[in-house]
Design a protein around this ligand. Structure first.
Ligand code: KG4
Ligand code: ZN
Length: 337
């Protein structure tokens, strides 16, 4: 039987400070400290995010160790998010991971945040996707269609050329006067709305690429025009606006995803990243399974948004291949998949 490998995962790419402990493929703890401070600014303020990471990182790691009933001396390796993300935020997690690995004299594993979002599917007991599968990774910073052929083999088939889908949600929410992050609120209001009431244009990019800056701008002009005629337009039609806008974003995502699945002849589809918490996206995937014979994988909410469980698990797969890094490693804000 394989000896247990305990990994401490550290995630600090954006505005959530998270630490997790894994034992082989099992997650023993996963602690996330959300930063509320950004709400009042309507978006993430990078300098404030890195300061909060500095405040949170020690208590979050201590809590993750305590919840896992694991002592630091039992940890076999430290995995951390090297990128992509905000440089100041990444620096906090990277520096901490490097110092701890040095102090404990244990290996250090650098993890690509986007790969980790995909591998979050393997944190769970029960059915996991079989290779090859397609993963639609949708977050506040990325929108990608990825072909996954093994735990650490990824091929990027398409991605957004401008805004990420999460930004398309959050910026529209801001235009509607909703607080940050607005994605979950659009999702909430959309539940009571008529998705067919308004239409917003979907940009058609070559291949499997996406673009969301056009739909966001047309949304802004639409709201400006309507509120000129009726200053209560938003309040009176909030649910219909949210439902219609959300449906257009989902149409855009699924059109390319299905084209990629057909071209690649792959019938297994997973979704990952913060926006995979969206209820319409989840429902549309379930419909695909029911109506079109796809096998779909949708992670539970806690593994959709940023978390260190996915970092620890990716670290575990890398440790099996002895993919360790040295202490000269630096964060990479634009770390490609
Ligand atoms: O993956 P994530 O936690 O952080 C990044 O790495 O970006 O994703 C955060 C994004 C935000 O844009 C947030 O508005 C969006 O995920 N989000 C949602 C929902 N829950 C979170 N967007 C739409 N519907 C939701 N239910
Ligand atoms: Zn993320």
């Amino acid at each position: 039987m394989q000896d247990p490998i305990y990994i401490l995962g550290i995630e600090s790419s954006c505005d959530d400070t998270s630490a997790a402990v894994s034992c082989n493929q099992t997650i023993l703890s996963n602690v996330v400290a959300n930063q509320d401070i950004h709400k009042q600014y309507g978006g993430i303020v990078p300098e404030l995010a890195s300061r909060d990471h500095q405040k949170n990182i020690v208590p979050v790691i201590n809590e993750a160790l305590a919840k896992a009933s694991i002592d630091l001396t039992q940890i076999n390796a430290i995995a951390f998010t090297r990128g992509p993300g905000l440089m100041g935020s990444l620096l906090v997690g990277t520096s901490f991971a490097k110092s701890l690995a040095l102090a404990l004299n244990i290996p250090l594993i650098e993890v690509n945040h986007m790969q980790a979002h995909i591998l979050a599917h393997f944190c769970l007991p029960g059915a996991v996707p079989s290779f090859p599968f397609l993963c639609l990774t949708v977050s506040g910073g990325h929108t990608q269609i990825v072909k996954v052929t093994d735990y650490l083999s990824f091929e990027l088939l398409g991605q957004t050329q401008d805004d990420a889908i999460g930004e398309a949600f959050d910026k529209a929410a801001k235009i509607l006067g909703l607080p940050y992050p607005g994605g979950p609120l659009i999702d909430k209001y959309a539940k009571q709305g008529n998705a067919k009431k308004y239409k917003f244009p979907i940009s058609n990019m070559p291949g499997f690429d996406y673009s969301f800056s056009g739909i966001k701008t047309s949304f802004l002009y639409f709201i400006q025009e309507q509120t000129k005629q009726n200053k209560n337009f938003i309040q009176e039609n909030l649910a219909d606006i949210c439902a219609s806008y959300q449906a257009c974003l989902a149409d855009s995502l699924f059109k390319k995803l299905l084209a990629a699945a057909e071209q690649q002849q792959i019938k297994t589809i997973a979704i990952a990243g913060g926006v995979s918490a969206n209820s319409l996206l989840r429902q549309r995937l379930l419909d695909l399974q029911e109506e079109n014979n796809y096998t779909v994988f949708i992670p539970p909410f806690e593994y959709c948004t940023d978390n260190a469980a996915m970092i620890a698990l990716t670290g575990y797969f890398k440790s099996l291949k002895k993919e360790f890094c040295d202490l000269k490693v630096t964060p990479s804000a634009g770390y490609a998949l």
